[in-house]
Ligand binder design. Sequence first.
Ligand code: IPM
Ligand code: MG
Length: 367
Amino acid sequence: MSSYKIAVIRGDGIGPEIVGAAIEVLNKAASMCGISLEYREYLAGGCAIDSCGIPLPIETLEGCKASDAVLLGAVGGPKWDNVEPSRRPERALLGLRSGLGLFSNLRPAIMFRELSSASPLKDPGDVDILIVRELTGGMYFGENGSYESSDILSDGTVKGEVAFDTESYSEGEIRRIVKQAFELAMGRNKKLTLVDKANVLRTSRLWRSVANEIRRDYPEVSLDFLYVDNCTMQLISRPSSFDVIVTSNMFGDIISDEAGEITGSIGMLPSASLGAPGTPGLFEPIHGSAPDIAGTGKANPLATILSAAMMLRWSLGERAAADLIESAVRKAISAGYRTPDIMGNGSGEIHVDTRAMTDAVILMMNK
Ligand code: IPM
Ligand code: MG
């Protein structure tokens, strides 16, 4: 029997509830597919600040490194809004990404047909976009700092404090993520869009030249380039024409929220952060910790359940178990089960809380 070690980080807000739900579903899939999963719990984010004074304790990073995969709920909340920037809960995420070398972030934005009325777009069509976001480079991890300047601006104002964050990318960093995006496009509709700002940024021009080199190895994939500002418009006007998008850390952060919103099901969207083969991947829902509904039973567990399925597929290579979970989620949606975030007009819907949605998915795994 294959056996895997899973590092579990429940985190803050609704994190503990949705991770609990995903573990129940994972256990059911594991028993049906003859896999053994061993969980170890670690602290990160606000709860780690409260108990150890820092967002990412060393035991957490070490524990994650020693596991086969990491399942994470969400971190952060208003309680820690005034914490010094270098100790904010979000630093835990950045520390995990860089500490585990998770350079590739897969964010599928998929429209569930039954939920299309929740999309803010009138006629979105069949949206199924895979955003491949670079995750350990660019402005998030570039040189940054601040200094005082007494220079005078053209209107006579003193410049004062100057702050800077640097966008920098090496060919190697670009090559590994773009290559992965081509590979992923090969397994889908063979359309890849590189989103950048090459009319202004040198880093973007380097992305383009590396992509133009790599495309020779993938003659079947059609590659096109889109400026990020234009991309935000095209995502609204023709979302169903995108297949795979590859982009930098900063642009990927922004457009993945937009793409998620277009599907109308932000509470449904999972993500995978992957590194070199053999490194544990990190799997988390793309929504946040939603502290306003924590403990109320209103949280939609499906994004975390689908993240657990991605974990089975991408880190553990357990395709059958992943398929089982994904199809159970689809069946639960088709059968009408709806948490508050995805409720529509009510007809044919079964309104449920976190607990009942989890039970519905487990039930559908037997069907
Ligand atoms: C995300 C989040 C994070 C990011 C924050 C919380 C640091 O917005 O995962 O998209 O900017 O990467
Ligand atoms: Mg974001």
